[in-house]
Design a protein around this ligand. Structure first.
Ligand SMILES: Nc1ncnc2c1ncn2[C@@H]1O[C@H](COP(=O)(O)OP(=O)(O)OP(=O)(O)O)[C@@H](O)[C@H]1O
Ligand SMILES: [Mg+2]
Length: 245
């Protein structure tokens, strides 16, 4: 099997606080994997380790089979509080990662522009972040993340601050983007329904220090629609997940 990302027995502590304990997980090519875990357990810390911003104390991070500890730039990481630059237009916010990677502004804008339609932002290229709705801002931040490196996305609760209706629309939209572009996704959430609905596989983390307490394959058919949420198979998976809380 093609493992795109593999975390092997990663442990990490901040001074005396043990945050991650022997975390092992894998994401295959074009696989959507959710991580569900209590607040403060160490999920964002794991993303910092995977993206190379923090070094693990023990363990390995393999990307395409290569040791990637402490190496940034290989995966796209959308942090929990992702802020668009308020003084730049949405087009320039989206194009920024390409500029960071060395392209000129006109070239970066030219490459970013075609994604405004699939990211449901067309017509807002010249708008500023404060002129967008919460959902649109998150799609703009997702577009920026996607343009940085489109094969592995680490998304840290991207929909956490949205209202329930906007959130369920965003789920369908994200699934559509996932089908269309086929990235490998690692997705952090506190929301059990969201974790199951989006994913091919789900890891449940314990309270701090985070350990993997369960790995559950989500064998629900794709493409998925909202009817799935009220199906018997979905309810059965939810029951299986709930027993760990
Ligand atoms: N840079 C840091 N220095 C010291 N301690 C930190 C640092 N970052 C996080 N921590 C601590 O590590 C623990 C885990 O934090 P982390 O942000 O990874 O949790 P989380 O699972 O993402 O929580 P949430 O669901 O609330 O976002 C917390 O106790 C936090 O205080
Ligand atoms: Mg977090």
């Amino acid at each position: 099997m093609d493992s795109k990302l593999e975390v092997r027995k990663v442990s990490k502590r901040y001074n005396r606080i043990k945050v991650l304990q022997d975390i092992s997980l894998s994401v295959m090519k074009k696989q959507f994997v959710s991580i569900l875990g209590p607040s403060g357990c160490g999920k964002s810390t794991l993303f910092e380790v995977i993206s190379g911003l923090q070094l693990p104390d023990n363990g390995e991070v393999l990307i395409d089979g290569k040791d990637s500890r402490g190496r940034t730039g290989r995966v796209s990481y959308m942090p929990q509080k992702d802020l668009l630059l308020p003084w730049k237009t949405i087009l320039d916010n989206a194009a920024l990662p390409l500029v960071i990677k060395g392209e000129s502004w006109p070239e970066a804008r030219r490459k970013a522009a075609p994604y405004f339609a699939p990211f449901e932002l067309d017509g807002f290229e010249r708008a500023y972040p404060q002129q967008l709705s919460g959902g649109m801002r998150q799609r703009a931040a997702l577009l920026r993340t996607f343009l940085f490196a489109r094969d592995i996305l680490l998304l840290d609760e991207p929909f956490g601050a949205l209202d329930a209706l906007t959130r369920s629309k965003m789920h369908l939209w994200l699934l559509d983007i996932f089908q269309r572009y086929g990235p490998s996704v690692l997705f952090i959430t506190h929301d059990i329904d969201e974790a199951i609905f989006l994913a091919d596989k789900l890891y449940i983390f314990s309270a701090r220090p985070a350990r993997v307490v369960a790995e559950i394959e989500i064998e629900l058919p794709r493409p998925r629609s909202q009817e799935l949420l009220t199906s018997g198979e979905f309810a059965a998976l939810k029951k299986e997940v709930l027993q760990f809380f």
